[in-house]
Design a protein around this ligand. Sequence first.
Ligand code: GTP
Ligand code: MG
Length: 368
Amino acid sequence: MIADYVMIGGFLGAGKTTAVLALAKSLAAKGRRVGLITNDQSVGLVDTALAAAGGFPVEEITGGCFCCRFTSLTEAADRLQERSRPDVFIAEPVGSCTDLRASVSYPLRRLYGASYRVAPLSVLVDPIRALRIFGLEQGRAFSPRVQYVYEKQLEEADLIVVNKIDLIDEGRLDRLRRELMARLPDAEVLAISARKGTGVADWFERIFATELGLVASPDVDYDVYADGEARLGWVNATLHVTSDGMTDGNELLMALATAIQRPLAAGDVEIAHCKMTLTAEGLGGDMAALNLVGSDAVPELSHRLADPLTAGELLLNLRAEASPDRLQAVVEEGIVEAARATGVRFRTVHTEAFSPPRPKPTYRMATA
Ligand SMILES: Nc1nc2c(ncn2[C@@H]2O[C@H](COP(=O)(O)OP(=O)(O)OP(=O)(O)O)[C@@H](O)[C@H]2O)c(=O)[nH]1
Ligand SMILES: [Mg+2]
């Protein structure tokens, strides 16, 4: 049987996980069996928790990206195959990775073409981030090396999917669309709201109506790419939370996010994405999830805990343009402040702060 392999890329916080889950739901409703693959440089993934909460079989690849661990990708697909025999795999690459066409899509097509039909490469765009990066609007952006990675991600897309259109008016969307079409004349530009469902049916149809475009991959200067990626610091933490009385877990996530955001915004550090989940112990796996997609953005709860809790597990994944040490210190101080504000106790189960290492793809096939 040939399964579909769908990869949904895009920069950190663009809405990949939200879109992956929306696509998975829509396919499951049509009777298709879906398997999800998440990816990160480290363990303790918010995205895996969200995918599992969505009720889908999920395999995670930790400790490196798909491109650098190509074999792990096919092994993850094999494990999903054993568990639930998916006929569609949906993979979310790390949001700071690029060159996926050459290092994942083409190798998959060439080496495993008998097992997978590789869908066109979709790259999601957060319109507010993009308007700033392209200089069309004022606001905090990233340094040029990080923007290099951002631009390379767009350059390799078959489908550029402007997401979150519920946040912008027609005029801003038009301006962005024109800019994208001028910069990337060969790509198809779509506009959706993964959250509200606007435009997603058309996009999903495009994913299955066509195949991966067989164009040459963009040239990528790996020195610049590696430097751009390394300027982003990452913190992944798994924390055990307890309180003597009942605590509102939603407020706890808000308190922690605010305590992390404040010093970073004041220190002129741009947050790419700060995300957290809090899973309550003994409440049937009920979970809250919080996302913050910029230093001047507003932290948002995408899932809320229905009931207060006395114990739970908190996963925190922070990516921002600053050194890992600085981010780690901000997280530690944030934990102290959130504990003081809410009266809970935190115990660190696992924590890791680092910058992504230089990407070294297993394969690099510039053409199909
Ligand atoms: N308003 C709005 N928010 C959205 C939409 N899609 C996603 N978001 C929000 O954007 C934030 C980031 O979404 P994710 O799906 O986690 O983004 P991601 O690209 O998977 O992020 P990383 O995995 O960290 O790179 C969350 O708060 C989402 O709820 C949308 O269509 N509209
Ligand atoms: Mg994600």
